[in-house]
Design a protein around this ligand. Structure first.
Ligand SMILES: O=C(O)CCC(=O)N[C@@H](CCC(=O)O)C(=O)O
Ligand code: ZN
Length: 335
């Protein structure tokens, strides 16, 4: 296999390849752009017009998606996958991946859309670099831009695989993209209702890509991901890369839609979350329940019918999201 196909190995060992560009026997060009970043270009004349950004390891301990990208890259490098799309593979936080930790100093996925400029340290620099990789990749006009940022969650979930769809004022969420996600095995989609500071929010809001964070199961170390079944997603990604995707059904049957009711922001060290430590994502909450408390008698009480919680985490830094309160969505505002 071509050396550049081993991007994960290069990243884990912190090696810069001697040869930055390699071409497969089928004429597919692999170009190493920097640490954890590799561009794949189809042979001249076979390009289908799709620019597909696949990122994983934005959180270093979320290994199942990293292993998935590695399998795809190996397939491209050994000729089993025949790309007709341009693809950018990104491993988000190499230092954290090497340590098997979510982050080293700060969560990269809170440093996009301008936030890295207000911060310092290598994760802020890396967020700026990831933005630049994405900006250059998505700079070609009149092409279809699609970004999947692949994650796994800290805790178990009543709904194992789901997507978060970023928000931009004046832009509608696409029913067609949701149908594609359903075909890729996603059981639910959370429609965001305000701008955000995550990687997928950056590519959606600033680079005009269709972009999603995909949550694919529970985070576990490398080699221990048997319980995370990515078969459907992997098959769909290969179809996208090879331009062999079947006609997308418009029906969203079976796909659960949610929207954000409120984000719970931790303001101080006095923040207390009144949920069991082992509560699963998508657990239902009762109206009237006290969810959290913070300084100055701030109280978060459940007021919404059908409310559920995702990503509850009282350990985040002050000023960051400590959970999202979600409610069912009818899908009426989809384009
Ligand atoms: O399990 C958790 O609490 C967090 C899992 C995770 O990393 N989720 C992403 C979601 C990004 C988004 O809102 O689009 C994150 O928190 O960065
Ligand atoms: Zn993550």
């Amino acid at each position: 296999m071509l050396a550049l196909g081993k991007l994960l190995e290069l990243t884990l060992t912190d090696h810069e390849p001697a040869e930055k560009t390699q071409v497969t026997t089928r004429g597919v060009r692999l170009r190493w752009l920097g640490e954890g970043a590799l561009e794949v270009r189809p042979p001249e004349g076979e390009d289908c017009g799709l620019d597909l950004l696949l990122s994983a390891g934005i959180h270093g301990n979320e290994t199942a998606p990293i292993e998935l990208l590695e399998r795809l890259l190996h397939g491209v490098a050994n000729g089993k996958i025949k790309p007709r799309a341009r693809v950018l593979f990104l491993f988000g936080n190499p230092a954290a991946i090497r340590k098997g930790e979510r982050f080293i100093e700060q969560d990269i996925n809170r440093l996009f859309n301008g936030r890295h400029e207000l911060s310092s340290g290598f994760e802020a620099l890396r967020a700026a670099e990831l933005e630049q990789f994405a900006r250059v990749f998505f700079s070609k006009p009149e092409r279809t831009r699609l970004h999947y940022d692949l994650h796994t969650a800290i805790r178990g979930s009543k709904i194992e695989q789901f997507a978060l769809y970023p928000y931009k004022e004046g832009r509608q969420h696409s029913r067609r993209e949701l149908a594609r996600l359903a075909a890729a095995g996603m059981e639910a989609v959370l429609l965001q209702s305000k701008s955000s500071i995550t990687f997928s929010a950056f590519t959606y809001e600033q680079l005009d890509a269709e972009a999603f964070t995909l949550e694919l199961g529970k985070a576990r170390p490398f080699g221990q991901n048997e319980e995370v079944n990515l078969d459907k997603l992997e098959a769909r990604l290969i179809q996208l890369i090879e331009d062999t995707e079947p006609q997308i059904e418009q029906s969203l049957d079976g796909l659960k839609l949610f929207s954000v009711a409120r984000e719970i922001i931790k303001h101080s060290d006095s923040f207390r979350l009144h949920l069991p430590a082992d509560i699963e994502n998508f657990s239902e909450l009762k109206k009237g329940d006290l969810l959290a408390e913070d300084l100055a008698e701030t109280r978060w009480v459940v007021e919404e019918e059908g409310a559920r919680i995702i990503f509850p985490n009282p350990k985040v830094k002050n000023g960051l999201r400590a959970g999202i309160l979600i409610v069912p969505d009818s899908g009426q505002r989809l384009a």
